[in-house]
Write a protein of this length. Structure first.
Length: 116
């Protein structure tokens, strides 16, 4: 399951966060190499920052846990970084937006359990 975290967002109402979430889901689904159908195959987090200074000026979209999609090589990760960056930048056109995709690394310890 992909874990997507969007850092340094300005404070915003729930409705705007839901629109951003929808744009992020659509961006991930647009990258065919990841073969994701909908939001049930990813977790999208919007962590709150402790300091308000600079929020919304620079936004980082970070993706981890690409381990379930091993066929997603550099090109797929690059496409995902761009798609996510474009989706976030469309809502925050004055922000400097960075997409960061962490590849799976041998030796990475992961545990998860799907509901029965």
């Amino acid at each position: 399951m992909l874990m997507i975290q969007v850092w340094c967002l300005p404070k915003m109402p729930e409705e705007q966060l839901r629109r951003l979430h929808g744009s992020i889901v659509a961006a991930v689904a647009s990258v065919k190499e990841f073969d994701l159908k909908d939001e049930t195959e990813m977790v999208c987090l919007f962590p709150s920052d402790m300091m308000a200074y600079g929020l919304g000026d620079e936004i980082v979209v970070e993706v981890t846990d690409c381990f379930e999609k091993p066929k997603c090589g550099f090109i797929g990760r690059q496409q995902l970084a761009k798609a996510l960056g474009d989706a976030v930048h469309a809502m925050f056109p004055k922000a400097f937006v960075t997409g960061l995709i962490h590849p799976f690394q041998i030796g990475q310890a992961i545990w998860s359990r799907r509901p029965e």
